[in-house]
Design a protein around this ligand. Structure first.
Ligand code: ADP
Ligand code: MG
Length: 257
């Protein structure tokens, strides 16, 4: 469903991502790990159309994403979350999810939020769908609270619910468990696992939280200084000397790096 080749992005001389490639199949889960500054967020920004690459191609279900205007990308079924949570803090959790549904139902939104007009029946259906998403993430009881006052872990869940409101076939998660306690991370990963089983969307999860990624993702990419350093199963990655060196700063005997 997704084929990325030669993807390169520079910021004033800094090469944030260089010559990255990826083939992802329907429903597949890929984890992307790497130290801070490795280019993980840049990759998510490129795949979601938030940034344009300097070089390379991104083909999604046969379409060339690099040539599409960024605002067209969510409607294709690509949704993302942000490393730094971006919710509308004064809208409720439910409203944050409903706003995302405008991608598929633009004319319904105003009546949905304002509660009148010819789209009212449809609006009720949207409200129920949004509520269902909150339920799936275990936060239905927070539906009417302003997003900005929710604890961090719940804001992450609202963000994921909002991404799912796009009914994505590709979900991009940037550090979804950052800032969560280990038990909270585990619960969130369990919810993601259930959602994936139910929806079957492909997922690219970026993180520097190794244990979480290793348990959730059957296949991993390791980025280091913008380059694809290694790929394989969690087992292969765990035993890869180049990876140990990149993460732990261990000198390599071979000089291969
Ligand atoms: N908007 C930007 N402007 C300038 N440099 C950036 C920008 N975004 C990222 N970078 C640089 O690109 C590199 C990769 O960053 P990033 O993709 O955020 O890494 P990661 O998410 O793996 O921590 C870093 O050196 C970072 O400083
Ligand atoms: Mg990042």
């Amino acid at each position: 469903m997704l084929k990325v080749e030669g993807l390169t992005k520079r910021f004033q001389g800094v090469v944030a991502l260089k010559d990255y490639r990826l083939t992802l199949h329907e429903g597949e889960i890929l984890g992307v790990i790497g130290p801070n500054g490795a280019g993980k967020t840049t990759l998510i920004n490129l795949l979601s159309g938030f940034l344009r690459p300097d070089e390379g191609s991104i083909r999604f279900q046969g379409q060339d994403l690099v040539r599409l205007p960024a605002h067209r990308i969510p409607a294709l079924g690509i949704a993302r979350t942000f490393q730094n949570i971006r919710l509308f803090p004064s809208l409720t959790a439910l409203e944050n999810v409903m706003v995302a549904m405008t991608v598929h139902h633009p004319p319904d939104l105003a009546s949905a939020l304002l509660g009148f007009g010819p789209g009212q029946r449809r609006a009720q259906a949207l409200r129920e769908q949004a509520m269902h998403l909150l339920e799936q993430l275990g936060i239905a009881h927070l539906a009417d609270r302003p997003a900005g006052v929710l604890p961090y872990g719940d804001q992450r869940r609202v963000e994921i619910a909002r991404a799912l409101a796009l009914k994505p076939s590709l979900l991009l998660l940037d550090e979804p468990t950052a800032g969560l306690h280990p038990e909270e991370s585990e619960a969130l990963v369990e919810q993601l696992r259930r959602l994936h089983r139910e929806w079957g969307m492909a997922i690219v999860m970026v993180a520097h939280d190794m244990p979480v990624v290793m348990r959730f993702c059957p296949r991993l990419h390791v980025l280091s200084s913008g380059a694809l350093l290694a790929e394989g199963t969690p087992e292969e990655i765990r035993n890869n000397p180049l990876v140990l060196e990149a993460f732990l700063g261990r000198p390599s005997h071979s000089g291969a790096a």
